[in-house]
Design a protein around this ligand. Structure first.
Ligand SMILES: Cc1cc2nc3c(=O)[nH]c(=O)nc-3n(C[C@H](O)[C@H](O)[C@H](O)COP(=O)(O)OP(=O)(O)OC[C@H]3O[C@@H](n4cnc5c(N)ncnc54)[C@H](O)[C@@H]3O)c2cc1C
Length: 399
């Protein structure tokens, strides 16, 4: 039997072209009066099988058998990234979403922790919603190393076959999750902003911005398992943990590959701020005109106990490091207050800060898009308003 995802019976094909119109991947063409498959384009969606009125197209049973083995994969996993034993907040955010997905799928939710001296974190993960926690607590995993982490997670996938795995789109998550997906021969959707389980197909709907944020694409992984997705920190909300929740901790001992890189010394770059965790962000854009004017922004941020965020225009101009950038190619933030000075509100910027509790925009253009999502808008010159705000906060501090 041919190794193509679908088989066309030339005896039955009448050349009606209905399969060609139905195929979303342009994987069929006409050769004379017969439909012919371009196997390299076919995604085995079976749209043509359903569309053919003469039953001339059928799914390849070999491929169907492969699909059946997909049902061996069960449960939803969250990769619980930790640094020096402290589980990152994004893992708890993913567990909250994971609980909803597990409920909709009617399955268990598990967390996976890789590291050294990390076993204590299992209790926190159970409190945050995990039914089970797989812990690999070994010295080789003390510091993140892509090859070793990839090997560990792939071994667990091969052993337990999870249906879905989610990870934070952090520096670590981005770096090794793609490697894991390649080795598991499955797909990965990065930077998802919404996740849901389709009630009929049970597929994970992985939604993310596409084409520069102008459309939202919903991506599915119908033919491979696990279904893998990353989500940036702060995109999902964390629910309150329940310390009384009961769960199971499974300790795994793995024989791991040797690290490809030797970490001699780890140093934190003091200039790198974590704006994703900030409660107050004082952000500026091209309207600031020059790098020196960021000093005023920093002054207000310090007075308010916040941090400086910027639009990509400021990073591209070389005014400040990329760790301050908010938006689609920067960080997703969710502060209590987001002050935007001289930021127009391009879709790529809004994508990173629309979840803020209160947005205050200062712009001299009354038609600036940022006013569309601002809770409070001030139409005016930022060079007048910023010093006035600094003065007002300083005066309040003195009183
Ligand atoms: C694939 C892709 C990814 C991107 N990712 C990001 C991203 O992650 N983050 C991001 O921010 N952008 C991103 N961008 C860029 C984005 O499209 C915009 O170009 C950028 O956000 C514009 O920055 P801005 O608002 O500072 O500048 P502008 O759009 O130039 O706006 C400057 C604003 O300042 C106002 N202004 C000027 N002078 C004053 C004044 N004296 N007082 C008050 N207001 C004043 C103006 O009215 C204007 O609204 C991306 C673009 C692409 C194509």
């Amino acid at each position: 039997m041919a190794d193509t995802p679908i088989i066309i019976d030339s005896e039955k094909c009448r050349g009606c072209k209905k399969c060609i119109s139905a195929c979303p991947f342009d994987a069929l063409y006409m050769e004379g009066k017969l439909a012919v498959l371009k196997p390299e384009e076919c995604r085995a969606c079976n749209a043509c099988v359903k569309a053919c009125p003469f039953k001339a197209i059928s799914a390849n049973v070999k491929e169907e058998a492969k699909k059946e083995s997909l049902s061996d994969f069960k449960g939803i996993w969250v990769f619980a990234e930790q640094h020096h034993g402290k589980v990152q907040e994004v893992a708890y955010e993913l567990l909250s979403t994971g609980r909803r997905l597990a409920k909709d799928r009617g399955c268990e939710l598990a967390a996976v922790v890789l590291g050294h001296n990390v076993t204590d974190s299992a209790a926190h993960l159970i409190a945050a919603g995990a039914d089970k926690v797989y812990v690999v607590d070994q010295p080789e995993l003390a510091e993140y190393e892509a090859n070793v982490y990839t090997d560990a997670l792939n071994q667990l996938i091969a052993k337990y076959k999870p249906e879905v795995i989610l990870a934070g789109a952090t520096a670590v998550g981005r770096a090794f999750f793609a490697k894991v997906a390649v080795r598991a021969r499955t797909g990965l959707t990065a930077d998802c902003t919404a996740l849901s389980i389709d009630k009929e197909s049970h597929l994970l709907h992985q939604t993310r911005p596409a084409f520069g944020g102008n459309i939202m694409a919903t991506i599915m992984t119908p033919n491979h398992r696990p279904q893998m997705a990353t989500v940036r920190p702060k995109v999902f909300k964390m629910t309150t943990p329940d310390p009384k929740r009961k769960g199971e901790t499974l300790m795994e001992a793995l024989k791991l590959v040797t690290a490809g890189t030797k970490i001699v010394k780890a140093e934190r770059n003091a200039a790198n701020v974590n704006i994703a965790e900030a409660e107050i962000i004082v952000a500026g854009g091209r309207g600031l005109k020059k790098a020196e004017n960021l000093e005023q922004l920093k002054k207000l941020a310090d007075l308010l106990g916040g941090v400086v965020g910027v639009s990509r225009a400021c990073v591209d101009a070389g005014w400040i490091s990329a760790s301050h950038q908010v938006g689609q190619t920067g960080k997703t933030v969710c502060p209590k207050i987001y002050l935007a000075f001289g930021i127009s509100g391009a879709i790529q910027h809004l994508e990173g800060m629309r979840g803020s509790d209160t947005i205050i925009a200062i712009n001299n253009d009354p038609n600036a898009s940022i006013f569309g999502i601002a809770d409070l808008g001030i139409i005016g010159d930022l060079f007048e308003i910023l010093p006035m705000l600094i003065e007002a906060v300083e005066a309040k501090r003195k009183n």
